[in-house]
Design a protein around this ligand. Sequence first.
Ligand SMILES: Cc1cc2nc3c(=O)[nH]c(=O)nc-3n(C[C@H](O)[C@H](O)[C@H](O)COP(=O)(O)OP(=O)(O)OC[C@H]3O[C@@H](n4cnc5c(N)ncnc54)[C@H](O)[C@@H]3O)c2cc1C
Length: 526
Amino acid sequence: MTQALRPGPIEALPLALDGKGRAVVIGAGLGGLAAAMRLGAKGWQVTVVDRLDRPGGRGSSIRQGGHRFDLGPTIVTVPQGLRDLWAACGRDFDRDVTLVPMDPFYRILWADGSSFAARQGDAAMEAEVSRLSPRDLAGYRRFLADAETRYWFGYEDLGKRSMHRLRDLFKVLPRFAWLRADRSVHAHAAGRVRDPRLRFALSFHPLFIGGDPFHVTSMYALVSHLERAFGVHYAMGGVQAIADAMVRVVTDQGGRVVQDAEVDEVLAAGGRASGVRLADGRVLPAEVVVSNADPGTTYTRLLRHQPVRRWTASRLMRSRWSMGLFVWYFGTKGTRGRWPGAGHHTIVVGPRYREHIREIFQTGTLSEDMSLYVHRPSVTDPSVAPEGDDTFYVLSPVPHLGHKAPVDWQAMAEPYRQKMLKVLEERLLPGLSACVTESLVFTPETFRDRYLSPHGAGFSLEPRIFQSAWFRPHNVSEELPGLYLTGAGTHPGAGVPGVIGTAEVLAALVPDAPGRDATALGMAAE
Ligand SMILES: Cc1cc2nc3c(=O)[nH]c(=O)nc-3n(C[C@H](O)[C@H](O)[C@H](O)COP(=O)(O)OP(=O)(O)OC[C@H]3O[C@@H](n4cnc5c(N)ncnc54)[C@H](O)[C@@H]3O)c2cc1C
């Protein structure tokens, strides 16, 4: 699959019409590919360059021993964002990718043996809430109403427009104040429901995009509305199937996606971005340069020869970064149908929550206990594992590498994996160790080296209020005209819908290609 997508050498690229209208995108993550699609639709001749061997970035996959390990995103919310992206390119998303709705969305298991299944449909959800804490039903309904209000403002309005001018921020401040965006999402849930487990179930979601629920703005309550209104989906073939389909759109538009090629530097001429230099010395000239690399990497490495005023290395160092991730990918033999309590998505909550979160985000220490997200795609997608077998990944949030005494993962990875195995055997998958046939571990050090992620953070800058909207690196660079930014570290932020959104905001800031001629550029006319 990857082989088929690998394009020819960069030298073989056709010249853009009249030598104009060239755009280079650094990074084939979902944000970079979405930006490439949108620029292609605006007539730009796009070249995407990525240092990895396949597209998708964190959303890519690795095949090993007959298993496909989807490395990152597993939950697809708001499919409309993807449908809109495809439609902007004259294409039909549902012809290219099959999404399967999940029900339950996920199950949460607590250490005391209790559980909660997030379900599709109000009646099913309310039945679960009543089972867990009948006195909280009214508060739960109020929380959902709050979530919807925040959705209309935070997702549909703020999330879809550029926030690069200070006046954009001033315009929205009164609304932020009215919605108590200064309050944390956990505090907001605690103001509506009393059961601590329900507070968790309504407010843990920022962890999916790298945020501390005790500090991230209550705007993120909107995720509960996203789940309720649009469901939770799985992409057959994994999110890799979405990334592969994006590559097909880009190539149909006349663009190229070049893997195994690292950008070393963004070039400038006459005070504007003028292209990129690859690590092997080749130069790709372009009138528009888009970086899907982390903004920390973009400003400290790729722009190292340009003057930088706002996003200096020291400012980036002082910023709050999302947590790191320890992920164990493994395959098991002959287990299909076993462990009925382990569905497609399970959250295994450790014995401590608030303290554990504090250790991850504040003190930067590796906790003795752990809370886990368990992904078992073989429940839904037989193509992910050999017949009768299962494919899993288990994720534990851990401190990033930027704290005072970072964890030495060379030494700690195996003991930590062993501890994870023990927790899994006790809480969800008894007898697991005897069935494991394939194993692969990612630590924050892998994230640092594989994705060039500052501090090995899982999701770039943490989505705190003073690191959101105008405060986040802008989609049009503050530092170099002609440079644009997309992806998790930019506005509106991380997560599949978030990074697809960053490309939408970015594309509205880029003009149509000069002398645009959609037919000549080979745009799909489906
Ligand atoms: C384990 C995990 C689970 C997740 N689960 C979910 C989920 O269930 N649902 C959800 O919505 N979100 C989830 N997320 C978040 C989501 O995956 C990310 O926010 C999103 O995929 C990030 O996309 P991106 O485009 O910003 O960047 P990335 O995916 O990081 O892509 C950036 C790309 O740029 C390339 N690059 C960087 N520098 C250079 C350079 N100098 N030259 C060439 N290439 C370069 C990198 O190789 C990479 O391919 C998860 C993330 C992780 C890590």
